[in-house]
Design a binder for this molecule. Structure first.
Ligand SMILES: [Zn+2]
Length: 651
């Protein structure tokens, strides 16, 4: 899913004719009320209650919208399930309490309502028999009501466009149960689904998979959609309005023909027809980089809706408009999010970080028609580093705004993938991702971050534990201070100091790109930076005129300083942090020194405070300034007849 953020508005406003009227951030609507037992999990996959001890094999959704001017649905949901425990005599579904359950049919018989408990958004049915372990059976729930999403993105919306009514659903993350009885977990996909949607004859219903038929009876139309791939509950969706329909097609280089079916508002038809073909090259790109589009035997599709963004419903993304970035993002989810779904909302970056990064790859491959890749990365680095903390790992899955944090789950997630790629190299990165997508334990199912780590480690051939600890669980980013000198032409001495924006990470072990510019040539060196203050000698073969940190915006970092010194032994070169300071200043020297005298001097030149001679030579000295009044000061060091003063502010 892609929310619209303030920083994304320009993209959509520029390329989406009807975006303006829709732009609003639904994500600020508030927190959704949750069943914490079910969804507030951390690393372990959701432990099922005994009444949920079944595998969903199949859902048949039979939905009736009598009049889409009204927010109302009546349905019959048939679930085929396979028991996972012996003595199975009770089955539960997630269903919001405000929906009314009319009847339940099991083996052709009605279940007495006295056998049903329905509370806390959980419908529990006591079966008249006990089913043995490993048996497939089915049950049908008839229900109706006015879905009343309590938060999130509004899982079931009745609205209008140009005066025409529309109903659409958007269940991610916790809203499927708002409008249909299902097993709303992140560890059980139905193997296949049928979706029958009945509505007034003048409208068309969009849904997952292939359109098998549209039949009319008594002024009502029934669309039958069939999807024969595993699918999780939140990715099942319907939208109904007066759609105009047309298809684009792409034949992949691997031979598969992929139909892209577009259901668009009639008033936006020519706009859509001008833009949706742009997704065809992107289907080819992702198929080349990873695996062929996973649902090529059915279709890909877009269905226009009124939410301010897009939602990657499997084989049929719902779209506010058809900007390149939004189409590329939602398409990417078909691989990362739909074919392989995050196994926990704490790991949503496996959906959103990937979808964001794959959109970035359309810039890298010059398909976007927009910014170049370096600019694309830079814009996202700026957003990520606009705050000093925050992890890609979602530390509160009860907070929908936190799950879908644009800065963390989307942008930092994407850049963490990019930096991982730079560390392991393209071969290991892309081969690892192909292995991840085709792992039989993951494909058509769910993944955790440890699964991604294991596959990249396998192709890289080395542990990446440190990287995932720093960048997935850890917060913040590194801040670099790079010092260099060139005493002899061709040879350059480089020292890389690093501090961290957040104390959850001691040190980011990174490959740090530095570009050395010369009069007629330049060179980018990736330094393997494994400790603070690490020094390198590089034989460049040319005289350096300037040095540039991270020339292509490959590192999540900000505030880098680059300092040229005559020689690394020139110990009087130093820098102070923090500055301003109020408790202590840290003075960092380029070379170990042992100052003979250290004074703090005020702006009139008066010595305010003196410190005794240090016993040991060191790079770093710390001085207590708590007792100084606020103001401007200098700290002076004397060594071997030389004195150097550094200015700092006490606040
Ligand atoms: Zn997304």
């Amino acid at each position: 899913m892609k929310k619209l953020y303030i920083f994304a508005l320009i993209i959509f406003a520029a390329s989406t004719v009807n975006a303006q009227k829709h732009i609003h951030n639904k994500c600020l609507e508030g927190k959704i009320s949750l069943n914490k037992d079910l969804f507030s999990f951390d690393e372990s996959k959701y432990q099922e209650k005994s009444s949920f001890s079944y595998d969903v094999k199949y859902y048949r959704l039979n939905l009736l919208f009598e009049d889409i001017n009204n927010k109302y649905v009546a349905g019959e949901i048939t679930t085929y399930f396979k028991t996972k425990t012996s003595g199975f005599n009770q089955i539960s579904f997630d269903l919001a309490d405000n929906m009314s359950v009319d009847s339940i049919i099991f083996r052709q018989n009605k279940i007495p309502m006295s056998s049903i408990t329905y509370t806390s958004d959980e419908l529990t049915i006591n079966l008249p028999i006990t089913i043995a372990n490993g048996i497939i059976d089915s049950i049908s729930v008839f229900y109706q009501g006015i879905p009343d999403p309590s938060g999130g993105f509004g899982s079931f919306i009745q609205g209008s466009h140009s005066g025409t009514p529309i109903i659409w659903t958007l269940s991610e993350p916790y809203g499927a149960k708002d409008w249909w009885p299902c097993k709303q977990s992140l560890n059980d996909k139905a193997d296949s689904i049928d979706v029958y949607v009945t509505n007034e004859n003048v409208y068309k219903a969009a849904s997952n998979g292939l359109l098998i038929s549209e039949t009319t009876q008594s002024g009502m139309k029934t669309a039958h959609w069939k999807h024969k791939h595993p699918i999780t509950a939140y990715l099942i969706a319907v939208a109904v309005t007066n759609y105009s329909a047309y298809s684009d097609n792409v034949i992949l280089t691997t031979g598969q023909n992929v139909e892209v079916l577009n259901y668009v508002y009639p008033e936006d038809l020519s706009y859509a027809q001008n833009n949706t073909p742009n997704v065809l090259d992107v289907i080819q790109l992702y198929s080349d980089l990873f695996i062929p589009y996973p649902f090529y035997d059915e279709k890909y599709g877009h269905a226009q809706f009124g939410w301010g963004g897009g939602m990657e419903h499997q084989t049929m993304s719902f779209m506010v408009g058809f900007s390149h970035g939004l189409m590329a993002h939602e398409l990417a989810h078909q691989w990362f999010g739909d074919f392989v779904t995050c196994g926990s909302w704490a790991h949503i970056w496996l959906n959103e970080g990937f979808a964001t990064y794959l959109d970035g790859m359309t810039h890298e491959h010059n398909l976007s028609g927009g910014d170049d890749f370096d600019t694309w990365k830079s814009d996202r680095i700026n957003v990520v580093t606009s705050q000093t903390g925050g992890s890609v790992w979602v530390n509160d899955t009860t907070n929908v705004n936190r799950i879908f944090s644009g800065r963390l789950s989307y942008y930092k997630g994407a850049l963490v993938l990019h930096m991982l790629r730079k560390i392991v190299g393209d071969d290991a990165f892309f081969q690892g991702l192909q292995n991840y997508l085709t792992d039989p334990n993951i494909a058509n199912g769910y993944a955790m971050t440890s699964d991604l780590q294991a596959h990249i480690e396998a192709t890289y051939g080395s542990s990446l534990e440190y990287y995932f600890n720093d960048w997935f669980y850890g917060e913040g980013y590194p801040i670099y201070n790079i010092i260099y000198s060139q005493n002899t032409p061709g040879n350059i001495n480089v020292k890389i100091n690093q501090s961290q924006s957040h104390n959850s990470v001691d040190f980011f072990e990174m490959k740090v790109p530095v570009k050395f510019h010369g009069a007629s040539q330049d060179s980018v060196i990736w330094f393997n930076n494994t400790s603070n203050g690490q020094q390198y000698i590089v034989n460049l073969g040319f005289t350096v005129t300037s040095v540039e940190f991270d020339p292509n915006n490959d590192i999540v970092s900000t505030g880098t300083t680059v300092l040229k010194v005559g020689t690394l032994k020139d110990a009087i070169r130093s820098f102070i942090s923090p500055n301003p300071a109020n408790e202590e200043i840290k003075v960092n020297f380029i070379e170990k020194i042992k100052p003979e005298k250290v004074n703090i001097i005020d702006y009139t030149g008066r010595i305010i405070k003196s410190f005794e001679q240090e016993n040991n030579a060191s790079y770093i000295f710390k001085y207590d300034i708590k007792d100084l009044p606020r103001g401007l000061y200098f700290i002076s060091f004397k060594q071997e007849g030389k004195t150097v003063s550094k200015k700092f502010i006490k606040n």
